[in-house]
Write a protein that binds this ligand. Structure first.
Ligand SMILES: [Zn+2]
Length: 394
């Protein structure tokens, strides 16, 4: 192999071995005056911008506080000030640190990867650079309750990885990818669940796209009640991957059924208040909504309509899949499912996984015409590599 090919080979190998990292601003909404960091695992090197100035071992504790226009770094008896970024970078693969902010009464959080602390207007900004799989595992763990089989968590990992990339450019102007709040996705600790960590690793880099390679929004809800809803019923826009599917796996879920009783007179006045004038002259039994074999989008009286999703939201009912019956002035509402009904039904996916379905069958059951592809086939991949390469000291 000549020297050029060898160099090229090494370059390609480095690319292949470079794990995807994303940057997440932590304590973003707190706008803290400083942070404290304690090393939980591994060895970390501290850089004043790109110059090494300290080494941190397990248990070492440091603080970085904003004092006028400087960041002041303190470690044991050592202290120095800088107006540049402070980077605390892991020197070993298996590394994690605790972090908290000045004046916090919350427990410290534990994150993997490395961290950059910079001056930011009137506060400090702490940005965690974390491997995408580790970030995805953290999100899946926070959103999952109870045990499930690995295939369920693999499906969730592909969904939240896709979601993360859909949101990828949200904070571009501020110099990081995502924040740790509800604005992006709450990220408040690393994952500690082995099954979830493995599920994320085994689906590493996999995302959901359409045939044009567009990333798809992986919306989900708790239980479909037997039929998922097409996106236009809830969001007003038809999405090719969010069609209605008959979901026989929903009935095993804890949120499959609900029931509520309301006075028929109240139902009638609600309809009139919503502008359905003809409801005034109708008998109660003419105002009942009946959905049996499929989901309806709207309830129609004469030529006036009201969407079932509006009814669900106004009354705070668990779903828009319900049927009404009347008895002595009282309407009994039997409902199925919980949530918008659009996209993947989480409880059903759990059941599918327990019945032996694998993650891509689960995803393809709820999302129509999707392709599960590797991120490194997409343009965004090289963009991600470039960004991290610029930030990380070698
Ligand atoms: Zn955000």
């Amino acid at each position: 192999m000549n020297r050029f090919l060898m160099t090229l080979f090494l370059f390609v190998m480095t690319l292949a071995l470079t794990s995807q990292e994303i940057s997440v601003a932590v304590f973003y909404e707190k706008k803290p005056q400083g942070v404290t960091i304690t090393i939980q695992k591994g060895v970390y090197l501290v850089y004043n911008d790109y110059d090494i100035i300290d080494t941190l071992q397990i248990g070492n504790n440091i603080s970085i506080i904003k004092e006028s226009d400087y960041l002041v770094y303190r470690h044991k008896t050592k202290a120095w000030a800088t107006n540049k970024n402070i980077r605390i970078v892991n020197n070993t693969d298996n590394a994690a640190f605790f972090i908290n902010y000045s004046g916090s009464i919350e427990p410290a959080r534990c994150y993997e990867g490395w961290i950059k602390v910079k001056l930011h207007e009137y506060s400090v900004l702490a940005v965690n650079y974390v491997n995408l799989d580790a970030y995805v595992a953290a999100i899946v763990e926070r959103l999952s309750t109870g045990m499930a089989s690995e295939e369920f968590f693999k499906a969730q990992a592909v969904m939240y990885r896709t979601f993360c990339l859909v949101n990828y450019a949200k904070h571009e102007n501020e110099g990081f990818d995502l924040c740790d709040g509800t604005h992006c996705q709450i990220y408040n600790n690393k994952s500690t669940n082995r099954i979830i960590i493995n599920a994320s690793k085994k689906t590493s880099n996999l995302v959901m796209v359409d045939k044009y390679q567009n990333l798809l929004n992986p919306v989900s809800h708790l239980n479909s009640g037997g039929y998922t809803a097409p996106s236009e019923y809830v969001y007003g826009v038809s999405e090719p991957h969010l069609k209605s599917v008959k979901d026989e796996f929903a009935e095993n879920g804890n949120n499959y059924n609900w029931k509520i009783l309301i006075p028929a007179a109240e139902w009638q006045s609600y309809l009139i208040n919503k502008g359905i004038k003809s409801a005034e002259n109708k008998l109660y039994k003419q105002l009942l909504i009946v959905q049996q074999d499929e989901r309806l989008n709207e309830f129609k009286i004469d030529n006036e309509t009201i969407s079932l999703n509006t009814i669900r939201t106004d009354w705070g009912w668990k779903s828009s899949l319900f049927s009404m019956s009347l008895d002595k002035g009282v309407i009994t509402i039997i409902g199925k499912g919980n949530g918008t009904g659009v996209g993947l039904s989480v409880e059903s996916a759990r059941t599918m996984a327990s019945k032996g379905f694998i993650y891509d069958n689960i995803l393809k059951f709820y999302y129509s015409d999707i392709i599960i592809t590797n991120l490194n086939h997409m343009n965004i991949y090289s963009e991600m590599l470039q960004k991290v390469r610029k930030e990380k000291p070698l």
